[in-house]
Design a protein around this ligand. Structure first.
Ligand code: HEM
Length: 446
């Protein structure tokens, strides 16, 4: 869309070597504003400085935000070879490991992606639906009519269960019980450990790092025990879960460490994102008159339009990181190798140039035509595009449909819930509260 103009500019005028302008406030102040309200901070910079601006964030240094379709498409896809995701994700390597998709690029990344693709795609994902339905129905049975529920907490339980039972294929009840307790604690990781590597020291067995290490080694212990049991049992002919498929594949065997990194990565990126988007879905749709009735109808395209609109208006995360591995020219600037970029899919989706009245949640926006693929990228794009996108869509459709089939929800209050940062997630401040006006499943009528 902006391509012809920026192309002309790239070849005509000499590029400027400094970084695009941004707030001049001290880095500490910018960091606090960014940490407290990232969407508001990003939108106010965007209004003031345009879709390429530089923020200074403690722990990251100067970060160039890219919020326009041309730049985003170039970084994620066309010029992806000039950018590293691994270097940008290095601060979380101590959680996801060095074999993770998030911490690899180039040929190694491509071959790992090929390994992980089959269990997360097509027919295989469809095979998870039955267990998803039973998991969400089990959760719904816990909701008494007349009570207020925090949907975010409920969906956290559901998506965790889908991950460990359906995607990982764990059946041992003591392992499942421990993971139900440990994974939420693992994901509530103190963000300072990510931002400030100096804190990653054990102070005589005390402090956040030591506590985190204990937690991680217990989770790892369970994961390694599961891998050992599955190896010992031999290939499961009909196993549809990630471990069964990776262990049964031909060719070079996958090491235990690599399997562990894949599973912990899926936990880190696949569970909370889906739970948070589900919570935002109900927070938004409950406040749009008539929306839930329309979604409950027979047309599946309406449900997809409603899900996409929830992700557009209330993204669970705002941006993805990249570091330039060689100089890169864009928008009249020449960025040196080593520049850190925040590719802001969230701010792109909230752009008034692309979506009239962008703050309004409207199912009609993406119905019936579907969202515009050129500039609506809820799952990113290019080599690191979300590997769980089809699983996430199937999971959200299945869970929402089950809730709408069995339960009538009502608002606790009409005012929208504020966007609150929780670790890397942007969650509804009250956890997407809703009153269970009717629960047909509990009453035996579902
Ligand atoms: C609504 C839910 C979800 C959203 C909005 C979402 C979004 C994203 C985005 C934007 C990326 C791109 C990161 C980048 O370019 O650096 C990504 C990567 C990834 N996602 Fe998702 N995701 C969701 C659910 C899931 C689920 C359920 C899984 C798996 C079970 C998953 C697995 C992954 C993996 C493995 C990557 C890394 C891909 C790579 O680096 O090659 N995601 N996700």
């Amino acid at each position: 869309m902006t391509e012809p103009r920026s192309r002309r500019r790239r070849s005509a005028a000499p590029a400027r070597r400094s970084l695009p302008p941004g707030p001049r406030l001290p880095a500490l102040v910018q960091t606090l504003m960014w940490a407290a309200a990232p969407v508001r901070f990003g939108q106010s910079c965007l209004r003031r400085y345009g879709p390429l601006f530089t923020a200074r964030i403690l722990g990251f240094g100067e970060v160039v935000y890219v919020c326009e379709p041309d730049g985003i498409r170039r970084i994620l896809r066309d010029d992806a070879g000039s950018f590293g995701a691994a270097a940008a994700n290095e601060p979380i390597e101590f959680v996801v490991g060095r074999h993770s998709l998030l911490t690899s690029d180039g040929a190694r990344h491509a071959s790992r992606r090929k390994e992980l693709m089959p269990p997360l795609h097509g027919d295989n994902v469809a095979a998870y639906v039955e267990v998803m339905v039973s998991i969400v129905e089990q959760e719904i049975r816990r909701w008494p009519a007349g009570r207020t529920v925090r949907l975010l907490d409920c969906f956290q339980r559901v998506t965790l269960e889908v991950m460990i039972r359906a995607v990982f294929g764990i059946t041992d009840s003591s392992r499942l019980d421990r993971l139900r307790v440990l994974v939420p604690r693992l994901l509530a990781l103190n963000p300072l450990l990510i931002l400030l590597p100096a804190l990653r020291r054990s102070f005589g067995g005390f402090g956040p790092w030591a506590a985190f290490q204990r937690l991680l080694s217990e989770v790892d212990g369970i994961v390694y025990a599961e891998i050992a049991d599955r190896r010992a049992a031999g290939p499961a002919a009909d196993g549809r879960d990630v471990l069964s498929i990776l262990l049964a594949r031909q060719g070079e065997p996958v090491s235990d460490e690599e399997l562990r990194d894949h599973l912990v990565t899926l936990l880190a990126v696949g569970q909370e994102t889906t739970a948070t988007q589900l919570a935002w879905f109900f927070e938004r749709a409950l406040r749009a008159p008539g929306a839930l009735g329309r979604i409950s109808g027979a047309d599946p395209k309406v449900l997809d339009a409603a899900i996409h609109e929830a992700i557009r208006t209330r993204p669970a995360t705002l941006d993805v990181g990249r570091i330039a591995t060689r100089p890169w020219r864009h928008g009249g600037w020449e960025f040196p190798a080593g520049t850190m970029f925040a590719v802001s899919l969230g701010l792109l989706h909230l752009s008034a140039d692309l979506h009239p009245r962008p703050e309004v949640y409207s199912i009609g926006r993406f119905y019936p035509a579907g969202p515009p693929s050129a500039h609506f990228l809820p799952f990113g794009g290019g080599t690191h595009r979300c590997l769980g996108a089809s699983l996430a869509m199937v999971e959200m459709r299945t869970i929402i449909s089950a809730v709408l089939r069995h339960v009538r929800l009502e608002l606790v209050r009409t005012a929208p819930e504020a966007v609150a940062p929780k670790g890397p997630m942007l969650v509804p401040r009250r956890g997407a509260e809703a009153v269970v006006a009717e629960n047909r499943l509990r009453e035996g009528r579902g």
